[in-house]
Design a protein around this ligand. Sequence first.
Ligand code: ADP
Ligand code: MG
Ligand code: ZN
Length: 610
Amino acid sequence: MSNFSKNLFWAVTTLIVISVVFSALFNKSAKPEELSLNQLADKMNGGQVTEVKINGEDLSIKLSGGADAVSKKEAEASLSETLKNLGVTSEAFQKVKFTVENQSGFQFWAGILIPTILPLLVIGLIFWFMFRQAKGGVNQAFSFGRSNIKLSNFGKEKVMFSDVAGLKEAKEELAEVVEFLKTPKKFLDLGAKIPRGVLLMGPPGTGKTLIARAVAGESNVPFFYISASEFVEMFVGVGASRTRDAFMTAKKAAPAILFIDEIDAVGRQRGAGLGGGNDEREQTLNQILVELDGFDRDTRVIVLAATNRPDILDPALLRPGRFDRRVILDLPDINDREEILKIHSRGKMIATGIDLRKVAVRTPGFSGADLANLMNEGAILAARGNKKTIGQEDFYEAVEKIILGPERRSRVISKREKEITAYHEGGHALVAASLKGSDPVHKISIISRGMAGGYTMKLPIEEQRLRTKTQFLNDIAMMMGGYASEQLMFGDVSTGASNDLKEASELTRKLVTRYGMSELGPVTFGKTEEMIFLGREIGTEKNYSEKMAEKIDDEVRKFTERSYAIARRILQTHKKALQKIAETLIEKETIEGDEFYNLLKPFKIKAIAV
Ligand code: ADP
Ligand code: MG
Ligand code: ZN
């Protein structure tokens, strides 16, 4: 709850309590009839009144029938005076018993004080609120230059190296840092300097933040976290003062780890920005450098910084004595992926006999964060299906959902469209299966997912960092499979092939201009420029002649035509197999890998080389 709502809550409660007390004091019983003084006078003249009790201004009246009534007299005048003025005869007066009651002290004072004090109290409360609010505002303005640095670790949140899967080299590097923090004496005695900054570099989601936390956990020191983007505000100078504050906080708690996330937000090469507004960033960066330089020889604060763009960092940051240690975090390979999946299956109700290795096989290119997300998606899918445990299919389903978007079973497609999609996907799969050295098909589906109408999933048997020309040619032929199949079966092509063609063209062009895999020989064409301020490849400079451009286009066309011809020939030769696949797809909508290869067995397809 915010401060304001807390205050409001208390104020309202106080008011309610006061009014309850108030009404308890003054409305003790069920209400008797209320008489005006005129009515009272009439009743007295009519002999209907037996007794009148006077209590301050209040009159409690007993009527002859035994009923009660109340009335009020004027404060200033005496009652008998008033009644006489209203024409009550002296005989009538004599018939009524008048008693004057003393007000109890409390009631008397409460009667006077509460009506005066209550409004004051309310006004006071309102002022108090406004004051509190205003003070908050002032505080906020003053805390501007302070970093909202977060101390987070220990207790249940403590992360250890065992919570980080894979990343063997990174762990080894960082184990050194842990040792420095634990036994600095050993190093200082030998005259070694304690490292100051370690830069963690790697694509998003590879576990940079996680491993930094683990370093703190292993060395059992406080972990201070700040994101560099928080340094930068609209006002010049704020970033620098926040930096100062963050370092000071960490130094006070030494030994400690100060983690600066996304340091590229301030650490970009100075003077590379577009237009103004970069002064602030530069000042912040300078301050970080100053702070790092200002560490004493035995300051036991180690600054870990993370970035996924090491290439754009200012060289000054990377100088010895600053972030001179660099740790690279790679995307996980298949073994690491399996391990990450295992870590994230802790605490989840996983069905017995689940093979996480098979899930790892299907997730090349996934980062640690993607895999954590995958396990969670699997659990959600199982819960949606009202299952007690998470099964293998849930994880497979989650993989596809993450790669291609959720299934859209509800999308209405006509019978004709379904047929086209089935032949299209069947074409991809059949070409893949008929080429030597091509990646095996894992699944074919004509259920639309995200933007795709259907999809054929093929995955390399083993993890590979290098790809060969043959593999590329296989890929291009397979991409052409969908187009060729539509062409062959319907004599027409649909828009469904457009994405395939785009990818195939891009790949073919790369083959020629970047990889030197064409007849033009081992040369590259075009100089790609990285634009620092956008952090992205945006332009390719043409560094070849028009004549060469023509030759490149020729080569690209040759590759494309050849791939198309191969795909078409395969489909033509095995038209029966293609029909079988398409029919099965129309019927079942998805075919798993094993099923697909079983389906092909009777056709005795002999794989050919591209
Ligand atoms: P980064 O900071 O590199 O972008 P994070 O450290 O924030 O990535 O990782 C996000 C999440 O992904 C982590 O909280 C963790 O759940 C998961 N994760 C990433 N890498 C690993 C790993 N190697 N082992 C276990 N979990 C990982
Ligand atoms: Mg991070
Ligand atoms: Zn396709």
